[in-house]
Design a protein around this ligand. Sequence first.
Ligand SMILES: [Zn+2]
Length: 275
Amino acid sequence: MSVAQDAAGRLLTEYCRSQGRETPAVEAARLLSRIRVCKARWANRDTASSALRLLGNAAIDVDDLAENHLGVTLSVECLERFDRYSGAPVYGVARPNSRHVTVCTRALKYEPLYRATIAHELGHTVLHQRDSGLHAYSPQSPHRPSIESEADEFMTAILLPDPVFHLSLAFVAHFHRIDIREIGSRADSNRGREQWRRYLLPFCVNSLCVSRHLVCVWALKRGFVNRETLAYHLTYAMPNRWLDPSSSYSRSACEWQVDWNESVRRISKPGLMEA
Ligand SMILES: [Zn+2]
């Protein structure tokens, strides 16, 4: 485990303990240890409800974490003036020694981007406290020093802890009656790509409030997908609940949400849970 992952894990433990609960990662790991697969479906039908409930509450409140737990001041303003220095859009700026994070108004339009920006900048605040400089979050920038990778690792550990992703993977395989070996180990095959596109990525984006880019980079670093598959998953439009209502995808996003709500209802019907 890297220094950044370790720091993020400790922070989440302290934060959740202050609320009298365990971290989503600990809860997910415990549930995973109890899952018994039976003909590609979980043998215990209550486990699916527990997994769905856990994953629906796994997204940490990053505003509360920043302001009330870490004492970091958050503000919002247009940061477009920084774009020309980084060569790409800047979504956030951190000043670690004054414990101040500014989020660009552009990041407010997509909740997964807003959360990623806060989590990344908190990474600088926690890991680079002695640095009196100013850090800009610009993921597409051609110039990204090593401290940016550290802040990215911190961000990913806050937003998508490994056990939470593993439980998402197991739940999607169970729910859609997919062989978990196929969706997990053969994600680069055409069939695997289709399963990630249709089931896994929409589930992660909608229930964990993380961007598809973050999930795919996570999957690349852990060897689930190769670079070609990562690039493939960034080519298509993917309706989801966090898209701006004025966007061109809003109609299909709403339709997808209806399907999702229906899925949640269906899961409580015992007949569909039989192995
Ligand atoms: Zn940064």
